[in-house]
Design a protein around this ligand. Structure first.
Ligand code: ZN
Length: 495
């Protein structure tokens, strides 16, 4: 059906092109890669009114012509998992090739406020899930601040401090109230239900199933950070993956398991086999990973409730404050964990060997889990292209682009039909395009300098507007638009 729509719009475009033959922008002579059609050839790309109007080997004329010879021209990268939604983060994302960055893992505490805060001044496209974590905190009387503030350097406050709102089971009345709150957040334009189950350990299995039911009623997916990591039973990573796959099977909701690398650690390949098995039985289960051995999270969150060292197989010294490089001690950890102030901490819990096996896996999409303080915010996409495509040779260029654009776009189709026009370098698709030098593209961000922008992205086009020009951010151009869930357009229909 989708192909048919694209073909029909192609036909319409082709006819109008003959009449006009002038594009707003032409990307000339680049190495065009489109994972859906398999196109991998030198082509000219004509862009008009924010859409890809023509992909052709014939010469095209445009008001502006960018010479893309020797460069890769691909669908812009779609990051399903981006927490840092401030301008500084958007700029480094753009220089990393990202044209859409969505807060889907946990979700903004207030969807309407989030959308309002970004409208008209967003460099790249944005959107959010409805947050179960925030709905639960609100019902327990510990609401999160709605604005994108707090945290270090504009990192959003999306995680509550560990306490009754995270650790206690909810009564049936409270579960009902959490559901009501989530429904209204979906009505405001939420793209999915976001569940950080590890951050709400008080949520019972039944509460989790109820939230999956709610998502299924709306025909929307659940994005989840699963309940636990590690091998200690009960509460292993394998049990945690089983819980959410079970909830998806029971309710029919589509399920996206975030950062399988850092949730499953040494058992990542087993967890991927579980996802593969669920899919083989017809369940709609997908997953993602980021290419780093450390994670980052709030040190006062419930993730660090007693037992975390045993579960993760790490100690206090494996926790590092990103701004100072300080390795924590027991005393320092206790002080920070008790504090009401959110401090982000790097968590060195994985090995390079595991990450190197996870990234090439055919079911794994790339998603950054980015926020200021961790190099993944600025470097995830270039790092995959540099390390796995160019240096290790374990991922082909086509597959890397598939993991970064087409696969996340297909996932997003569960939330909004407009995603059919993203993640594709085809006539009729949105003109969200990255143009990069495959020979030099590299991440530059490190744990010491996490906001160092990547190099090698020469141009980035967002909705037809050039936001990165000859490797530099174009000032005062904000073409980013919201991706909205169906609730926004069919509010109150209770479908
Ligand atoms: Zn997470």
């Amino acid at each position: 059906m989708r192909r048919l729509i694209l073909s029909l719009s192609l036909l319409v475009f082709s006819t109008s092109v003959v009449a006009a033959q002038q594009y707003d922008l032409v990307l000339e002579g680049g190495h065009v890669i489109d994972p859906e059609s398999g196109l991998d050839a030198v082509r000219n790309v004509g862009i008009r009114d924010g859409k890809i109007a023509r992909v052709s080997s014939e010469a095209l004329s445009g008001r502006r012509v960018v010479r893309a010879g020797g460069l890769v021209v691909a669908p812009g990268f779609i990051d399903l998992h981006q927490h840092g939604q401030d301008m500084a983060s958007q700029r480094v994302k753009a220089l990393d090739g990202v044209t859409t960055a969505l807060e889907l893992e946990i979700g903004a505490p207030d969807v309407a406020q989030f959308l309002k805060s970004k409208e008209g001044h967003s460099l790249i496209h944005y959107g959010t899930s409805a947050s179960h974590v925030a709905a639960r905190a609100a019902v327990f009387g510990a609401p999160l601040p709605p604005e994108i503030i707090g945290g270090k350097g504009g990192s959003p406050e999306i995680l509550p401090k560990s306490g009754p709102a995270t650790d206690l089971p909810a009564t049936p009345e409270q579960i009902e109230a959490i559901g009501q709150r989530l429904r209204s957040e979906l009505d405001a334009g939420g793209l999915a239900v976001g569940m950080g189950i590890q951050y709400t350990p008080g949520a019972t299995r039944l509460e989790v199933i109820d939230m999956f039911r709610l998502a299924a009623e709306r025909g929307l997916p659940v994005y989840t950070h699963v309940r636990s990591a590690g091998r200690v039973e009960p509460g292993s990573a394998v049990e945690s993956i089983s819980e959410v796959i079970g909830a998806a099977a029971i309710t029919g909701a589509a399920l996206h398991i975030v950062h399988i690398n850092s949730s499953c650690l040494r058992d990542s390949l087993e967890c991927l086999a579980m996802v593969e098995g669920a899919r083989a039985r017809g369940l709609d289960v997908t997953t993602e990973a980021y290419p780093y051995i450390a994670g980052m999270t709030a040190v006062n969150s419930a993730l660090f409730n007693p037992g975390w060292r045993e579960k993760l197989g790490i100690d206090y010294g494996d926790l590092v404050l990103p701004d100072t490089g300080e390795h924590l001690t027991k005393e320092r950890f206790d002080e920070l964990h008790k504090s009401n102030a959110t401090r982000w901490v790097l968590v060195f819990a994985n090995t390079q060997e595991i990450v190197d096996k996870v990234i090439p896996h055919p079911l794994v999409m790339i998603a950054s889990d980015g926020a200021e303080g961790h190099p993944r915010n600025a470097g995830t996409y270039s790092r995959v292209l540099a390390q796995y495509v160019r240096e290790k040779g374990t991922v082909t260029l086509m597959d890397a682009i598939r993991k970064m654009s087409l696969m996340p776009a297909e996932m997003l189709e569960r939330s909004t039909p407009t995603a059919w026009q993203k993640g594709r370098l085809q006539e009729g698709a949105d003109a969200d395009i990255v143009v990069f030098d495959a020979a030099t593209i590299s991440d530059r961000s490190t744990f010491q300098k996490p906001m160092e922008p990547s190099v090698g992205v020469r141009y980035l086009v967002v909705g037809g507007a050039v936001v990165v020009d000859e490797g530099k951010i174009v000032p005062d151009v904000f073409p980013g638009r919201a991706l909205l869930g169906p609730g926004k357009v069919s509010s109150g229909t209770g479908r």
